[in-house]
Every structure is written in C-alpha cells, then in structure tokens.
Design a protein around this ligand. Structure first.
Ligand code: GTR
Length: 326
C-alpha cells in the first residue's frame, strides 16, 4: 500500500503539464538571480515556450527566479555538476573559472551597446561560447546587461577623486577588484543577494550595476547617489550543463540551441524597455543622478587592470579582435 502511494506521488510529481496540455518528458531547470518579470527571466521563459512548441510539448523549461537555487557563484558550480540544467548569469563570475571570459569584463572594452552586440554576435562571441565546453558547460546565448555604473550611500561622485576611500561591492571576479582598486576605492567581492543589507548596515558604501538591477534589487533605496561613469558593459550568458546536454538527442540539442538563439532579439527588446522604465522609477524616487561625469580619467586609470589581466597572447589577440569590430 505504502509502495503504491509513494510511486503514485512520485509519478504525479514528475508529470508537469505544459501550456499546450501535453506532459513534458524533460523539464530543464533554469536558475536566475533576478525576480520574475525581469528581462533575463522573461527571455528564458520565452525560450521555454519556443522549445515546448517546437518539440510538441516534450521539452520544457522551468525558471527558478529570485535566486531560489542560490547565488550565481554557487549555481555555476551546480550547473557544472549537472544539478542545475540551465543558468542565466553575468559573465563576471566566470572570470576566475574561464580565463577567456575576462575580455568581456574589462572596463571600457566595449564602445557601447551596438559594439557589444556586434562582438558577441560575431566570431569573438562564438569563440568565447566554445570555451565553456572545456568547463563542463555549453554556452548557448548572450543577453544584454546594460552598462554598469557606481552608486553609493555617502556622497555624489562627480570626479574620480570622489571614489577614494569608498568601499564598493563587486561581483566575485579579480578583474573587478582590481578595477575598483585602480580607481582608488576599496573593493569587496560579495554575492548579489548580500548587497542591500551590506549597504544598509554600512559594511560597504555602495556597489555598481545597471539601471534595471539598481532598481529591481531596491539598492536605490539605500544608495542615493548614482554616477553614470559606465565603466563596464558585461554581457550576460545562458549556459547549459554539459551533463544535461549529453542526455539529449542530437535533434533535441539543436532545438535547445535554436530556441536560445531565438530568445536573444526578444530579450534585447525587453531590455531596452526595462532600462527606460527603471531609470524613470529611480529618478522619480529622488536618487541623485550624476550624468555628466568626465569618463576619460576613469579610462586612463584602467591601464594597470589591462596590464595585469591581459597577459597571454590569446587574451591579447582577443582584445585586439574586439577593438577591431565596428
Ligand atoms: C546584474 C546581473 C546579474 C548579477 C548582478 C550582480 O546586472 O544581471 O546576473 O551578476 O548584476 O551584480 O551580481
């Protein structure tokens, strides 16, 4: 009796009905740190509906948003191990794992969003995607992450000198620690989920991020000065666990790859809309926005960061290739 009960419960748990009314044969669990409704979450959900439709309801994606599966660094490890199937993360936390990803995390490497799109959509983008294969992952698609700028609770940053002595949280990557050090600040690598309370309690003075994250995380409530120095444009990435990938047929792998690719233009539209909406919300909340900062001293200060991190011939030629893209 007990055995029958357990088996029935297990069966019920494994049969999830899709929006088309079919039972999913395979449900890929996907992680995201952002809340429901955020462009990255919506893009992976969109990819899921394409996959469901194209596989006749056999292949599904379930997005666990709001860091339900953990902070990015931990979910990356779990994806490498095959515990999580899909993961949408910034490229930043990959820097210490996959050296080549550093080139997309270098301050001011991209001249703007169009340049970044042209790079990730081209040969350099493909080359970096293929590097994930050596690390138990499959790189599927790049998403937008806007440009990142500094915010803090203490004072308006109107020139590079104002950064001196301020404590900033950065993503867990040595490139970002050295970036803040080079600007005269103090860097503290912390998981995203710890930033709000760390600013609130004064453990750190601020952090750096794009408009949508600054807004959706609520950081603007505790850090009232935002300076648009736009030091980083870090693309985001959707990766799949190589272990989960290996369980799919070649045809299903092709479906996954294509659905991920097709979610990119949708994501870019969602991103542009959300950037504008977040900016409006933050400005309306009364946050002081410094948008006429001279970026040249920030750029000049980055020379030692490039010298320290772009040492191998491989990275040097990647940087050159990025710069050569229109
Ligand atoms: C966001 C990004 C997240 C995460 C976060 C952070 O802009 O979308 O994936 O990396 O920044 O600062 O940790």
């Amino acid at each position: 009796m007990n055995i029958i009960k357990t088996t029935t419960a297990a069966l019920l748990a494994s049969v999830a009905l899709t929006s088309t009314g079919y039972a999913c044969e395979i449900t890929l669990r996907s992680s995201d740190t952002h809340p429901d409704g955020y462009p990255t979450v919506a893009a992976v959900q969109h990819m899921g509906s394409l996959l469901e439709e194209r596989s006749g309801g056999r292949l599904c994606v379930e997005v666990f948003h709001s860091a339900q599966l953990g902070e990015e660094k931990d979910t990356i490890e779990q994806t490498q191990l095959g515990v999580i199937d899909l993961n949408r993360v910034s490229l930043g936390p990959f820097n210490n794992i996959i050296e080549e990803t550093k080139v997309f995390s270098l301050p001011y490497i991209f001249r703007g969003t169009d340049h970044m799109h042209n790079v990730v959509d081209g040969a350099v983008g493909d080359q970096i995607l293929s590097e994930f294969e050596n690390h138990n992952l499959v790189g599927l698609a790049y998403f937008d992450g806007g440009s990142r700028s500094f915010y803090n609770s203490q004072k308006p940053i109107t020139s590079i000198d104002d950064i001196k002595g301020l404590k900033f949280r950065v993503m867990q990557s040595d490139v970002f620690v050295d970036m803040v050090d080079a600007l005269g600040g103090n860097a503290t690598p912390l998981p995203y989920g710890e930033v709000y309370s760390s600013i609130q309690t004064g453990v750190i003075d601020g952090a750096e991020n794009n408009w949508p994250s600054f807004e959706s995380s609520g950081h603007f409530e505790v850090a009232g000065h935002y300076t648009l120095d736009q030091h980083l444009i870090v693309p985001e990435i959707l990766v799949m666990s190589k272990a989960s990938w290996g369980k799919l047929s070649a045809d299903d792998q092709a479906l996954v790859r294509q659905a991920a690719k097709d979610s990119v233009p949708v994501m870019r539209d969602l991103w542009a809309a959300r950037e504008a909406a977040s900016e409006e919300k933050v400005r309306a909340a009364g946050v002081e926005i410094i948008d006429d900062i001279d970026k040249q001293p920030f750029m000049d200060a980055m020379v030692p960061v490039y010298e320290k991190h772009v040492t191998s011939e491989k990275l040097k030629s990647l940087v050159e290739a990025i710069r050569a893209v229109e």
